[in-house]
Design a binder for this molecule. Structure first.
Ligand SMILES: O=P(O)(O)OC[C@H]1O[C@H](O[C@H]2O[C@H](CO)[C@@H](O)[C@H](O)[C@H]2O)[C@H](O)[C@@H](O)[C@@H]1O
Length: 244
């Protein structure tokens, strides 16, 4: 396990938070993650003390992040960086790959046979969740890999999920873009994440003079580590207390 980070200096940092597995615990299904008053209150308090230098950097769509956070955070990157809403509300969205509709249709057809499969259509990407079809994991990943090769889509593995994405910006690119804009510019970037998709985010903050915090075990380029979602929450609350 990597060392635990010190409480953040909220005057100095720009904070980037992943969602699932970082500030919200992993649940059986994507829709099981509901808005939570305590979590959203913490996000609002952090955003306030950071002068708006808080962004959620998620694999979910921006609209799904807004549903869960109840709009607590203005700056959001969604679909692993393919969607981005700036602090001033400007939306920069990558155009969806033309093949995605047929890819979604093919996985929905498979879902009629494998009823545990969850097909999450995000427009610019599709996430195929096999958590409830563990016996078919290898075949599902094989099918997704062949489809990605055929159509020129990017593969994004995650927690019991394989995603096919439109080629385009990733989480690291989204963080770099935020760091060029007000109110983030000139501050020390810190990114907290738990998954493979977050490694490019850690690379981005490292290269910009900041640091990453990896949630859970596993190899990572992040400098620091925290055990789980409750540990992240406690560290963020401690950072808020240090300010007052
Ligand atoms: O980058 P993140 O914000 O961490 O989003 C990554 C993916 O999270 C969601 O799927 C994961 O969380 C679900 C709810 O806990 C869980 O049921 C699923 O097995 C996980 O893979 C989300 O549904 C995906 O779209 C995100 O890409």
């Amino acid at each position: 396990m990597k060392p635990k980070p010190e409480p953040l200096d909220l005057f100095k940092v720009a904070l980037f938070l992943d969602l699932d597995g970082t500030i919200a615990p992993i649940m059986p299904r994507p829709d099981d993650v509901e808005p939570e008053a305590a979590r959203n209150g913490l996000l609002k308090a952090l955003n306030d003390k950071l002068g708006g230098r808080l962004a959620v950097i998620s694999g979910r769509s921006v609209s799904a992040v807004d549903r869960i956070t109840e709009g607590a955070v203005a700056s959001v990157a969604g679909a692993h960086g393919l969607e981005r809403r700036t602090a001033s509300g400007l939306c920069e969205n990558t155009q969806a790959h033309a093949a995605l509709d047929s890819v979604v249709a093919e996985f929905r057809a498979l879902n009629r046979v494998l009823e545990g499969l969850i097909v999450e259509d995000k427009g610019v990407s599709v996430a195929v969740h096999y958590r409830h079809e563990p016996d078919h994991k290898t075949n599902i990943i094989g099918l997704a890999t062949r489809m990605a090769e055929t159509h020129g889509l990017r593969l994004q593995p995650g927690h019991e999920v394989i995603e096919l994405r439109t080629p385009g910006p990733n989480k690291g690119d989204a963080i770099r873009a935020f760091m060029c804009e007000a109110p983030f510019i000139g501050h020390v970037p810190v990114f907290v994440g738990d998954d493979l998709t977050d490694e490019v985010g850690f690379e981005a903050v490292n290269s910009l003079g900041g640091f990453g915090v990896r949630v859970g075990a596993g190899a990572s380029v992040a400098h620091y580590g925290l055990k789980d979602v409750p540990a992240v929450t406690a560290w963020l609350e401690e950072s808020l207390l240090c300010l007052t």
